[in-house]
Write a protein that binds this ligand. Structure first.
Ligand code: NOJ
Length: 593
């Protein structure tokens, strides 16, 4: 009897201890790997469209300096600036002609230094864009490279001697003919360009080129810059024998997608490891890859801590949802499926649950406005759906990348005419279609939702001329809704989307479970409500997002006490016996007991 009692006592003790140890492990796991960039909220600024101070219609660095108090008031920790370097602007700065100089329209190096200092004084970190898959054709390296086959810079780029015949086809994303090779008669050779023919691809095989890039990165880090967002970084390595890729091979090995092929070059990880060893590891900085051509199967190779490459990566699976397959940014008339949306974001959460760290975004300079694309820009739903999307971005286990203007609920401008567009992607695709006698009207309709310029219209500061963005003629039209929808008006309204964003940032900072907590999806097949919990140690919150235009019911797990609502984006709350009846686009954050 005594023995039996002892066995039972020991069993209970073992169960108790192992329970205690597992819960300890969970909390240690979550907190051991704490990093400032995991806890940060990143605010992306497209400098061209933020604030113009010299009246040329283009935003500038002084404009960002002028608005530092506003940026600080948002509570964000990091600002990512799209390229600010010397550029002829074929692709708005993603064609760099001077990596260590500032774009003339944006100002001078003195302005840059003042901006960096101003940001650091306010405890805001600065992340720049690293665009090193390609340069501008106006960069001195390329100017030299094209001069002769024996020029010392020849191997800074990928050339193909024409006497060998035409090189195997490569697709260009921006070329009017879709051709990734451009013939240059001066040396009777072709050069490679995955983007426009003014963006020749750099040759990373050449150690000299790599060392130039690493030195350039050190130049910015030594100034005090806090990190880089790396443009199409998975594309940097190429098989320089340029083999023929048949349609069959593309379909079977590369999901039928050129970007996937480009994202799987033979030496990409070797280059990133070298970059990490020689540069990144020497500074306390953050890095985020634009994960073009990567999937959830290979993302960890870029960001797993044990890989010693980069910190984070952003995927395209989410933002590609809802477009018709095989068509260029044409929305499915049925819209996107919320069930699929949940599946994608839940899968990506699980990718980084043990190793690496994720990012979350719904808008950026390559995307339309998140409100139009993922919420609902009809006047009736604008405010609630905009706040709902903000709630989603700030409650996921990933670093949020929040695009400037989304805090106001800015929406797509939806141009009717091709003449209004400025983006090379839209303009060249239009020309390509014209050459092919394609359906231009269908294309223009599609661009009202999908075009990048929708996300690039000037920031709406107030209701004065040009929304207070410029005294001159804006480089891209201002959305006419600025008269009502602007920052000044929203400052005065405690319930505005702007003030909601500020509250959500504060909430994320106050609750570590929103950053590090385990993510669990509830009711995965519910096609209206996206519901998930975030749990850290014994703290648990429930996030409920009604992604629909109708009232939707959701049953909350049984509560011991009264319902503790931490956030509600609408004025009402209807709960009966643990069932919430959610208003259209209502977002709730509830503490679970
Ligand atoms: C991705 C950038 O985000 C996009 O704006 C640019 O056009 C291409 N890369 C080419 O640099």
């Amino acid at each position: 009897m005594k023995n039996k009692f002892l066995i039972l006592r020991n069993c209970i003790a073992i169960i108790f201890i192992s329970f205690f140890m597992t819960s300890e492990k969970t909390s240690a796991q979550n907190n051991n790997n704490r990093k400032w960039w995991k806890e940060a909220v990143v605010y992306q600024i497209y400098p061209r469209s933020f604030k113009d101070t010299d009246g040329d219609g283009v935003g500038d660095l002084k404009g960002i300096i002028e608005k530092l108090d506003y940026i600080k008031s948002l509570g964000v920790d990091v600002v990512w600036l799209n390229p600010v370097f010397g550029s002829p602007n074929d692709d708005n700065g993603y064609d760099i002609s001077d990596y260590q100089g500032i774009m003339k329209e944006f100002g001078t190096m003195k302005d840059f230094d003042a901006l960096l200092k101003g940001m650091h004084e306010k405890k805001i970190k600065m992340v720049l864009d690293l665009v090193v898959n390609h340069s501008s054709d106006e960069h001195k390296w390329f100017q030299e490279s094209k001069k002769s086959r024996t020029n010392p810079y020849r191997n800074y780029y990928h050339w193909w001697d024409a006497e060998k015949g035409k090189p195997a086809p490569r697709v260009s994303f921006f070329d009017v003919n879709g051709d990734g090779w451009k013939y240059d008669s001066l040396t009777n050779s072709y050069y490679l360009h995955y983007f426009s023919n003014k963006q020749p691809d750099l040759n990373w095989e050449n150690p000299k080129l790599r060392s130039e890039i690493f030195n350039m990165m050190k130049f910015w880090f030594n100034k005090g810059v806090d990190g880089f967002r790396m443009d199409v970084i998975p594309f940097i390595s190429k098989d320089t024998t340029f083999p023929v890729i048949t349609k069959k091979e593309l379909d079977e090995k590369y999901h039928g997608a050129w970007d996937y092929f480009y994202g799987h070059g033979p030496r990409v990880h070797e280059y990133l490891k070298q970059m990490n060893k020689e540069v990144l590891s020497k500074y306390d900085v953050m890095t985020v890859a634009e994960g073009a051509g990567t999937t959830s199967d290979d993302a960890e190779l870029f960001v797993g801590e044990d890989r010693h490459e980069l910190n984070m990566l952003y995927h395209f699976e989410g933002v590609s949802l809802g477009y018709l397959p095989g068509q260029f940014k044409q929305m499915d008339p049925k819209g996107y499926s919320l069930v699929e949306f949940k599946k994608i974001y839940s899968k990506w959460d699980s990718v980084f649950a043990k190793k690496g760290w994720g990012t979350i975004y719904l808008g950026n300079h390559d995307q339309p406005r998140m409100l139009t694309r993922w919420g609902n820009d009809a006047p009736k739903f604008r405010e609630a759906s905009s706040k709902l999307l903000t709630t989603f971005l700030l409650t996921m286990r990933a670093t949020p990348y929040y695009y400037f203007g989304d805090e106001l609920g800015m929406s797509n401008i939806k141009f009717d005419n091709i003449e209004d567009y400025r983006d090379i992607e839209t303009l060249n695709y239009y020309k390509k279609l014209q050459n092919e006698n394609g359906d231009l009207n269908y294309f223009l309709q599609g661009q009202k939702i999908g075009a990048r310029d929708n996300g690039r219209t000037p920031f709406q500061w107030d209701d004065s001329k040009n929304a207070g963005f410029t005294n001159g003629h804006p480089w891209l039209k201002v959305n006419p809704n600025y008269k009502k929808l602007n920052a000044a008006a929203q400052e005065k309204d405690p319930n505005s989307t702007l003030n909601y964003f500020r509250k959500m940032v504060r909430l994320r900072k106050a609750l570590p479970e929103l950053v590090y907590g385990k993510y669990e999806l509830l009711d995965k097949d519910n096609d209206k409500v996206y519901a998930y919990t975030r749990t850290l140690d014994k703290k648990k919150v429930l996030v409920l997002l009604n992604f629909s235009t109708s009232r939707s019911k959701f049953e909350i797990p049984k509560q011991t006490g009264s319902l503790n609502v931490l956030m509600n984006n609408v004025a009402s709350l209807s709960v009966k016996n643990n069932t919430v009846t959610m208003e259209p686009y209502q977002a709730l954050i509830v503490r679970l007991q």
